[in-house]
Design a protein around this ligand. Sequence first.
Ligand SMILES: NC(=O)c1ccc[n+]([C@@H]2O[C@H](COP(=O)([O-])OP(=O)(O)OC[C@H]3O[C@@H](n4cnc5c(N)ncnc54)[C@H](O)[C@@H]3O)[C@@H](O)[C@H]2O)c1
Length: 354
Amino acid sequence: MRLATPTGFATEVFLQETPDPSLLPEGPWTLVGDVRLRETWTSAGMPEPAHTLWVSVSEEEKKLRTILPWLEHWARVPLHREATVVALGGGVLSDMAGLASALYLRGVAWQVWPTSLLAMADAALGGKTGVDLAAGKNLVGAFHAPRRLVACTAFLESLPTRHLENGRWELVKTALIQGEMAWAAEMLQDGPVKFAWVERTLAYKAGVVHRDPREAGERRLLNLGHTLGHALEAASGYGLLHGEAVGLGLLGTCLLAEEVGLKAFPPAFLEALARRLAPLAPLVAPWPACLPLLLRDKKAKHVPGAAEDEPGTEIHCILPRFGEPAIQRTLAPQVWESPHARLIDLLAQEASRA
Ligand SMILES: NC(=O)c1ccc[n+]([C@@H]2O[C@H](COP(=O)([O-])OP(=O)(O)OC[C@H]3O[C@@H](n4cnc5c(N)ncnc54)[C@H](O)[C@@H]3O)[C@@H](O)[C@H]2O)c1
C-alpha cells in the first residue's frame, strides 16, 4: 500500500506485509544489508544483486571508517552514477547507507527498507543520514532523502522484544507532539504494536519534514523527549537504546512542562508512562552526570559573555501539553534538575508496585 504523502515529497512511502520485489529499483541497483536479515530477505524470494554487501551492524561501528570500504567497493565494481543503493536494516544501517549514498559520486539515489520498528517509525524517513564521532552521536552527516521507503511487517517478526519496545517510544512521541492523548494512552497499554500506528506516525512525519526539511522550525518538534533523552543515553554509556532514552525523556519533558507553568499531566497518564519505563530505572544516570551533557547538547546555544557552566547557556526544549500540540521554548539546562529527580521517583514508585 502506498501512503499518501504531500505533493512533491521526495520519498515514496510503502507499507507492506511482505517484501515485494516489484518495489525495488527499475534500473541498476545494489544492496547493502544487515547480515541478520539475509536469510529473511532471500527466503522471501528477494534478489541479491551482484556486489551486494552484507554487513554486521552495531552502534559502536556507526563510524566513517565503516562506510569507507563500502565506497571503495562501489568504486571498484564500479557502481554507476545512475544506480540506486538499497539499504536493508535498522536505523544504524540506514543512517550509514544513506550517508554513503550521499557521498558516493557526490550523491546517488537510494531506497530504504527499514527492518526495526524504530527505523520504520522514525530513522528511515526524513533524509537525515549520518555517523557518530568520538565526541558524540550523528555529528557527521548529510540530508539525503531516499527515493522510496518500503516498511514490511514481516521483518518485525524476528526483531528482539527489547527493540520492539524501543521503537514504540517514537510512536508515543508522535502522539504526544500532537496532543493525541487517547492514541498515546492506547500505545502505552500492553499488547502488540499495530501497523496502523506506524502508518499514522509516518504520515505525520512526512508532512512535517516536507514543510521544514532542514529543521529550521516545525521539524524541531520531532525532538520531543530528545533533550533529556540524549543526555541520559550518553550518560548510560549507551546502555540505554535510543528509543528507550527518548521514552525516559518524554516522561521527563511532561514533568518539565508542569515545572515551567503549563497545565500538569494527569497522574494516571504519568504513571502509565512510568510503568512501561520502570525496568529502565537502573540505567538512569544521576543528575550530576546529565548536566554537562545537556550543556554540550547539539542544540545548546551559548549566551555571549557567560561561562560554559553558568546558567548563561540556553537549550532548546519541546514541551508537550495534555490534549494540545507541543510547543517550543528556550530554557536554561538547569531547569531539568527537578524533572530529572521526579522522573527517578516515579520510576522507583512503579518498580516497587511491579
Ligand atoms: N536518521 C534519523 O532521522 C534517525 C532518527 C532516529 C534514530 N536514528 C538512528 O537510528 C539508530 C538506531 O536504530 P535501531 O534502533 O533500528 O538500531 P539498529 O539499527 O542497531 O537495530 C537494532 C538491532 O536489531 C537488529 N535488527 C534490525 N532489524 C532486525 C530484524 N528485523 N530482525 C532481527 N534483528 C534486527 C540489528 O542488527 C541491531 O542489532 C541510532 O543510531 C539513531 O541515531 C536516526
